[in-house]
Each structure stands twice: as structure tokens, then as C-alpha cells.
Design a protein around this ligand. Structure first.
Ligand code: GUN
Length: 285
């Protein structure tokens, strides 16, 4: 089965949009939600992600501000911008698009975001809460939330299954692995310093979030396995995006697969909207 994320994403987005419209129509002084995006440089995949996030805001009358800085920006300048946004009443959520260039500290920058505006759950204190509370946490970062939504809506039970997660980023692989562990999966995390093939070969479920074009070869995949492809790599100079999995070669082996584009991506954007709604509700009682 090839999963299509667009329908489910639209369903979530329209439900949240209705809730926002309901609250703002009842309270005339209520400001609509506001999202600030900080982007540094021109990472091709980030350009794709940010374009989708802005489109979401435009389509749903969400106030949005994009701060797109050149690669040469200093850490202090970004921190100054975050401190300014922390104080803005019109901004409910602040998102620092990752990855950042190597001269910037993701951790120090994330830790400047006001806890209540941290819609990616990247601040150390929020992240700690996520590790502790799992799915009961107030905010679940949007990509792990999108993967869990797929598992739930498609009836995929990870309990006692060999789940191989490829990638250990703070935003996706690491929190997702913890959330799967809390669902009693047998989780193996692969990353740049580990073998990948042998852990894919034994996996009942493969979730790849490495962002490396076609890293996972179709013939590594166990017959009947379920595959969720979170990776998005934009081919430079084109609008074409590809995933981490060799889709066509994997297809004959799998019982379930998410394509790129059109699989996890649309759901991730819908989960961002959900998180923005949550933080907006929190500040507006
Ligand atoms: N880079 C890729 N996906 C995301 C995301 O969901 N949030 C942020 N902040 N950076 C990303």
C-alpha cells in the first residue's frame, strides 16, 4: 500500500482552521495566531520546507513573519532577533529552521526561545519534558507527530516490532525513537557512524530520517516490511525532491510505504499548524 498524506493533512488543517475561526469570531479582540520563522542561508531542503510553511500560513490567515538571514549572520544577531520576537504579542510560535550553518550553535539558539513559543520543542527544558512525558507532552515536534499520526491512522502497531530509525537529529530521529520506545517498540537507531544495511534487513518497520538521497536500497528491505520515508532532499537547481528510500526498488518488497513527495511531508506541515494552535490557545486562555 502506498500511503498518501495529502488527504489526512487537509483534514487536520481544516479542523484547526475551523477552531481558530470559531474562537476569533466569538472574541473580537482576539488576534489570529502568529508564526515567526528564522531561516539562515539557502539550504535547498529548507527552502522547500519554509515555502510550504508560509503557504500554510497564507492559506489559513495565519500572521507570519519570515526572517531570512544570510549564511554570514552571527549567533548574537540571531539571539537578538529571538529576544525581540519573544516579546512580540503578535507572535505565538517561533521556529528556527534547521539545519543551521556550522558556525551557529543550534542548542544555544534554541535555548533563547521563550518556552511557551517553542513550537518545535527544541529548548532544552521543553525537550526534557518531551523525553519524560512522551506522547502526553503538550507539544510533540511536528515530524515525529506526523509519523505517529501515520502509525495510528494506518493501524500500525509498533509493539514488540523491530523498528529501525535512521537518523538521530534532535528534531526528528532522537525524539521519535524515544516515542516509539514508549510504545514498546524494539528500536534500533542508525546514524552516520553505524552500519545501516544490516539493521534495515532485520526491520519490520523502517523509518528513515537521514535526508540522504536514496540511502536505503530497495533490496535491503525485508519482505512485507513497512517503510516510512521522512527524508527530503531537494535536487539542487530543480524543484524535484527525493526521499531516503529507493522507492521503486522498495515497492515490490513492502506491505506499506510512504512516498516522497506526498507522504510524511504534508502531515508534518499540518502538525506544525496543530502545534501553533496549541501555543496560541495557551496564551489566549
Ligand atoms: N528542518 C526540517 N524540518 C524541520 C522542522 O520541522 N522544524 C525545523 N525547525 N527545522 C526543520
Amino acid at each position: 500500500m502506498i500511503f498518501k498524506g495529502n488527504f489526512l493533512a487537509k483534514e487536520t488543517i481544516s479542523r484547526i482552521a475551523q477552531l481558530i475561526n470559531y474562537h476569533t469570531s466569538k472574541h473580537s479582540t482576539l488576534m489570529r495566531p502568529g508564526l515567526a520563522i528564522i531561516q539562515v542561508g539557502n539550504n535547498p531542503s529548507s527552502l522547500t520546507y519554509v515555502r510550504k510553511k508560509i503557504a500554510l500560513c497564507e492559506e489559513n490567515e495565519v500572521h507570519h513573519e519570515l526572517y531570512h538571514f544570510p549564511e554570514t549572520i552571527t549567533q548574537q544577531e540571531i539571539i537578538r532577533q529571538i529576544r525581540f520576537l519573544n516579546k512580540q504579542e503578535s507572535i505565538d510560535g517561533i521556529l528556527v529552521q534547521l539545519p543551521l550553518p556550522p558556525h551557529l550553535s543550534r542548542l544555544e539558539i534554541s535555548n533563547e526561545i521563550k518556552l511557551s513559543k517553542d513550537i518545535d520543542c527544541l529548548h532544552m527544558a521543553n525537550f526534557q519534558n518531551l523525553l519524560q512525558n512522551g506522547e502526553n507532552n503538550d507539544i510533540i515536534p511536528c515530524t515525529p507527530a506526523a509519523v505517529l499520526h501515520i502509525l495510528d491512522t494506518q493501524g500500525i502497531d509498533v509493539r514488540n516490532q523491530n523498528v529501525t530509525v535512521i537518523g538521530r537529529s534532535h528534531l526528528v530521529g532522537f525524539p521519535l525513537s524515544v516515542l516509539l520506545l514508549k510504545r514498546n517498540a524494539k528500536v534500533t537507531i542508525c546514524h552516520s557512524e553505524t552500519a545501516v544495511q544490516e539493521h534495515v534487513e532485520k526491520a519490520d518497520i523502517v523509518i528513515s530520517c537521514a535526508g540522504h538521497k536514496e540511502l536505503v536500497k530497495g533490496d535491503w528491505i525485508k519482505n512485507g516490511a513497512k517503510v516510512i520515508d521522512v527524508g527530503i532532499t531537494r535536487i539542487p537547481g530543480t524543484n524535484k525532491i527525493v526521499g531516503d528510500i529507493e522507492f521503486n526498488n522498495a515497492l515490490p518488497k513492502v506491505s506499506f510505504i510512504t512516498p516522497v513527495p506526498g507522504g510524511v511531508g504534508p502531515l508534518t506541515v499540518s502538525m506544525l499548524f496543530k502545534n501553533l494552535y496549541r501555543v496560541w490557545c495557551r496564551t489566549n486562555g
